[in-house]
Design a binder for this molecule. Structure first.
Ligand code: IMP
Ligand code: MG
Length: 179
């Protein structure tokens, strides 16, 4: 870890695993068994991998797609503008979509992705995020399913990066001294 930087565990792996099972139950109760989980890359890939298997245990048979967006540069401050780098196939028309992200901060990324997918003649779209930082919200967006609410701290681990580091951590840490 670079000098001046420290990491404090917020949610360890067993705590995340238990919450993911609970989220899957909530999702199946609200959306039923036929849905397509669309993950936002790269941050949501670990969460989505665990969530689809929890959805299976909850009785669902989710399809899996990804959208790749980019907004962050190498620092911790969002560039504010979201770009589409990779799209989903066109055959999601008529499907029930569960849009999945790692963390909702300003809300711009997930709002952008939701708007894009709603233009595709889908039946229904709900949003799911493992972490929610509502104090930072800049657009009018309330995720339908939230794993944990977090204060305004910079987090990493479980797929979430700080300058492309820490994605491999099994738990989620708050990076202190992050710039
Ligand atoms: P938003 O568009 O501002 O809501 O930001 C969403 C994206 O920014 C998330 O999907 C993350 O990839 C990234 N992000 C936001 N907050 C954090 C953080 O605390 N740590 C790491 N990435 C973050
Ligand atoms: Mg992300």
């Amino acid at each position: 870890m670079p000098p001046g930087e420290d990491a404090r565990v917020l949610f360890d792996a067993p705590t995340i695993a238990r919450r993911v099972e609970g989220l899957a139950d909530e999702i199946v109760a609200a959306m039923g068994e036929r849905l397509v989980a669309v993950g936002l890359l790269k941050g949501a890939f670990v969460f989505l991998a665990d969530l689809i298997r929890a959805l299976d245990r909850a009785g669902a048979r989710p399809g899996v797609e990804f959208l790749r967006l980019s907004s962050y540069g190498l620092g911790t401050v969002s560039a504010g503008q979201v770009h589409l780098i990779g799209d989903v196939p066109t055959d999601i028309a008529g499907r029930r979509i569960l849009l999945v992200d790692d963390i909702v901060d300003t809300g711009r990324s997930i709002a952008y992705a939701a708007t894009l997918l709603r233009q595709r003649d889908i039946t229904d779209l709900k949003t799911c995020t493992l972490l929610d930082k509502p104090s930072r919200r800049e657009v009018d967006l309330v995720p339908d399913f939230v794993g944990f609410e977090v204060p305004d701290v910079f987090v990493a681990g479980y797929g979430i990066d700080y300058a492309e580091r820490y994605r491999h951590l099994p738990g989620i840490v708050a990076v202190e001294g992050a710039k």
